[in-house]
Design a binder for this molecule. Structure first.
Ligand code: FMN
Length: 332
């Protein structure tokens, strides 16, 4: 093979960032040193080579601490990480630490240390090693593999990312019909439409209980907060623009859904047994609606969607956090 004697004087950072536009999965490669200790590192240079015979490759920096061990190793295992294993990826990307401490291990071929909870694992026997500039490329024959349905961890542009399926049927960009009007790709329109579509059957169940949206939000908030005054309930639901006045809460008391008592001159409301039963039934309807929709969406897309919605909500401004004891404002 031709040896490169001179390389073009690329800007190193520009070259790295151009390479980073190639999205990859993330793996941890493990082996066992001659003294029996487990060795491993994070690598995204992994790739498939051949189906028959089954071959895979990855590249290891020549100056990596683990190089002498991999250079001698006859076997190694590739672990394709799942989206929940970002912490594992970070731990194995550090040099020198005891990367395996607290990590659950199984034992594979030739005593290979195997990580658990991965999207896929390939146990390999080294077949070829190639010079690759400042890296050595290892090609291994897969002697055993296993996989489970898990959302993969993705690495793109120097950051962890999530994979989401692309909607092949829909071209980006909406279909504006009137100049100056929204098009159907406008984020606000999409969020609103998805919200109302999602809530249609839940709202129907809420109405069947004789409740309007404000009353429904009051019941839900009290399942989380236990007891609260009208001002606190109004503050926690301020973004919904629903009016949660004492008069409205008192009407829920009259209907047997809330109790009221006074503390420090303030009226404080809590769910009655019946109110709690109604709230739990409505929560069950909402959870069933979510499960139903996300089932057809798939785990990977569901995770990507929720991650992006959390991010968008954080960017859009602070919101009262119902789950914080003081309901303080949260900005992600
Ligand atoms: C996402 C990601 C991918 C990486 N891919 C590789 C790789 O393919 N080859 C490599 O040699 N180092 C890679 N690294 C860096 C090594 O994980 C890191 O240098 C590690 O400290 C090497 O371990 P060692 O020094 O114990 O050998 C990667 C790091 C990250 C975070």
């Amino acid at each position: 093979m031709e040896t490169l004697v001179s390389a073009p004087a690329f800007d190193r950072r520009a070259f790295r960032s151009a390479l980073g536009s190639f999205a990859t999965g993330v793996t941890v490669i493990t082996t066992r040193a001659a003294d029996g200790s487990p060795i491993g590192l994070t690598a995204n240079s992994f790739n498939s080579v051949s189906l028959d015979p089954p071959l895979v490759l990855w590249g290891l920096a020549k100056n990596a601490r683990s190089m002498p061990v991999f250079a001698e190793a006859e076997h190694w295992a590739v672990h394709v990480l799942s989206a929940e294993q970002e912490a594992l990826s970070n731990a194995f990307a550090k040099s020198g630490e005891d990367k395996f401490s607290g990590v659950e291990l199984e034992t594979g071929h030739a005593d290979l240390p195997l990580l658990t909870g991965c999207a896929a694992r390939f146990q390999c026997k080294t077949r070829f090693c190639y010079e690759g500039g400042d890296h050595i490329i290892f090609v291994g024959e897969v002697i055993e593999f296993d996989r489970r349905d898990a959302t993969p961890l993705v690495f793109h542009a120097g950051r962890y990312a999530l994979a989401a399926s692309k909607d092949a049927g829909r071209a980006p960009g909406g279909s504006a019909r009137l100049a100056g009007s929204f098009d159907d790709d406008h984020l606000g329109y999409l969020l609103g439409r998805a919200h109302f579509q999602f809530y249609a059957p839940i709202r129907a169940a809420v109405r069947e209980q004789g409740l309007d949206d404000a009353e429904y939000f009051a019941l839900l908030t009290l399942t989380i907060r236990g007891r609260a005054g009208a001002a606190e309930l109004a503050r926690l639901n301020a973004l919904t623009d629903c009016l949660l006045s004492e008069a409205r809460l008192d009407s829920l008391v009259l209907r047997g859904l809330l109790t009221v008592d006074e503390e420090d001159g303030e009226r404080r409301y809590a769910l009655t047994a019946r109110g709690s039963d109604v709230a739990l039934r409505l929560i069950a309807v909402a959870k069933a609606r979510e499960a139903d929709l996300l089932q057809s969406f798939g785990d990977t897309d569901a995770l990507a969607l929720k991650t992006l919605l959390h991010r968008l909500s954080g960017l859009a401004g602070p919101h009262p956090d119902l789950w914080q004891p003081d309901g303080s404002l949260t900005a992600c």
